[in-house]
Write a new protein. Structure first.
Length: 244
């Protein structure tokens, strides 16, 4: 199965992978933007995930923000799945140039990829809002470093903010440029685990100039007709089977 995709990958040494939430859900990390995710947030907090993980909400009510954030966005036990591992192998062989991801869990790096462009940031990085001191995820999860759920800086006492792009916040321009540049130069663009509706996903595709757009997603997307190949299946299963 997937012989055509295997051949396209074999023949290219300039592949870029662009992935969305579906890549992480196969590692057991639920998509907080899914119907279920929205329902459980509204039931427990009275607000949608989009409202809670917004910059104004974070400033106004950091206690509730962190309660939601720690319980719904951080999965320290999650392991890379077949998709992450296959991409790690492709990078090691010099075939994969970059991973552009909307996910914030750091699993691509655990799967062996080094050039990972995280357009929405990472839960693994956190910074003091006052002195910019760096803190890892273990620090902010340790109740010793928190008052209630809110983590504070050991150096200056300032509040710590995750290095995650919140709703209402602009994407980092340098990260955005790196993503656009990688996609513009790609010979093969594999897009996986995204329905291409979350900003800035769909916009990224406009920068791709090649003729080998591969879409792998469980459900259909609006871009299926523009792709050279469309596979409606599990991204881990497909990547795991085409990349030995
Ligand atoms: Zn500080």
């Amino acid at each position: 199965m997937y012989d055509d995709l295997r051949r396209i990958i074999d023949e290219s040494d300039n592949i870029v992978f662009f992935g969305g939430a579906g890549v992480s859900t196969e590692s057991g990390i639920p998509d907080f933007r899914s119907e279920n995710g929205i329902y459980s947030a509204v039931t427990k907090y009275g607000n949608s995930p989009e409202e809670i993980i917004s910059y104004s909400f974070f400033k106004r009510n950091p206690e509730v923000f962190y309660d939601y954030y720690k319980n719904n966005l951080i999965y320290t036990d999650a392991k890379p799945n077949e998709a992450h591992l296959a991409l790690g192998r492709l990078e090691e062989r010099g075939k994969l140039i970059a991973v552009v991801t909307q996910n914030i869990d750091g699993l691509h790096q655990l799967g062996g990829c080094k050039n990972v462009i995280e357009v929405h940031g990472s839960v693994l990085r956190n910074y003091c809002m006052d002195c910019r001191a760096f803190y890892d995820v273990a620090y902010i999860m340790d109740p010793e470093n928190c008052r209630g759920q809110i983590p504070f800086c050991a150096k200056c006492g300032g509040m710590i903010k995750p290095d995650v792009v919140l709703y209402q916040e602009a994407l980092d321009q340098d990260v955005l440029s790196a993503a656009v540049s990688a996609i513009a130069k790609a010979d093969v663009l594999i897009v996986g685990g995204t329905s291409l509706v979350v900003y800035p996903a769909a916009g990224f595709l406009n920068y791709y100039r090649g003729d080998s757009l591969i879409l792998i997603n469980k459900s259909e997307t609006d871009y299926d007709s523009k792709a050279k190949m469309t596979i409606h299946d599990s991204i881990g299963m497909v990547m795991g089977s085409v990349v030995e």
